[in-house]
Design a protein around this ligand. Sequence first.
Ligand code: GLA
Length: 375
Amino acid sequence: MNDFEQLYGRPSEGEWAAPGRVNLIGEHTDYNLGFVLPIALPQTVRAQAARSGDGLLRLWSAQGRELVALPVDDLAPGSVPGWAGYPAGVVWALREAGYPVGGADLRLDSDVPSGAGLSSSAALECVVAAAYNDLYGLGLSAVELAVLAQRAENAFVGVPCGIMDQMASMCCRPGVALFLDSRDLTMRQVPVDLAGAGLALLVLDTRVKHDLGDGAYAALRAGCERAAALLGLPALRSLQPSGLADALAQLPSELVPLVRHVVTENARVEDAVAGLDAGDPAALGPILTAGHASLRDDYRVSCPETDLAVEAAVAAGAHGARMTGGGFGGSVIALVDADAAGHVAAEVTAAFRAAGYAEPRTLTAVPAEGARRLR
Ligand code: GLA
């Protein structure tokens, strides 16, 4: 008998997986309707699941070792605290959108580090969306499921995130980065042959807990929306680098660095894609480091630990490095020569030790597969 049967007394109907992500470049651009360039991680959230006939959503987490049972008819925004809010929010969003789904029993397991800026929440939402899509025969596309998962997080959990993480978890493919236009969700899979270029992508989790729910993210998003409104634009995406200086001159000083980050960051995504299209992934290096400076100095979502990880990685020979994800802690990515990965990781660890910080957790990221059914 496997764990699902022990929990629920019957076999599951299937098993699904959805990955975490790292974003190569394009941070805080998605809710400004700009460009992003994430890859999926090999680390996933997995769900074994079966429909239930009693209108209950039962959720068991192998990490929390906790069983939560929720009547699907009673699901309402803000009503489910903690990790269970993400899967419950997806079921709520499906029903809100008119899909007559009922309950299910789920056994959830994850190796995506949580609170590390690697989108463990989006992976949790997306695995439940994928499982429900198949269990209830909804026939929704990966993009439709990503949009519903984002709605769960925005309206049910109450985090005003953009669409990047859910699109990455649903739509990424092995060996490529997802070049996504957040305005219309058009996308292109851009080959990222790091190994072929003798490179590797290190992920350094600073272990500084990143929490998007604390209001700072919402305040930044609101600042961007206010700037766009003052400039008479539908979103900051519409501002081109050529119009930046004029636009900045019209804005109150507190909005200037936000707008400068978003406009330059969109351009960095386009530059990164050009480098990848030219078969030159090493060209990403300086773009990553410039992106970090912009997040640190203009957007101000960095922190001493992420700054130190970037500095130490570059000093140890990385082609470039930057924080990835929402910020306020979380993870740093560093583009390194494959044979120098161990050295760079060791140098960053030594710098953390010298500064009295907890040791970072290190992984090597290879562009992996998006959400899928395992059996
Ligand atoms: C978080 C959000 C995303 C995106 C990033 C910053 O990961 O969930 O939508 O805004 O922050 O780029």
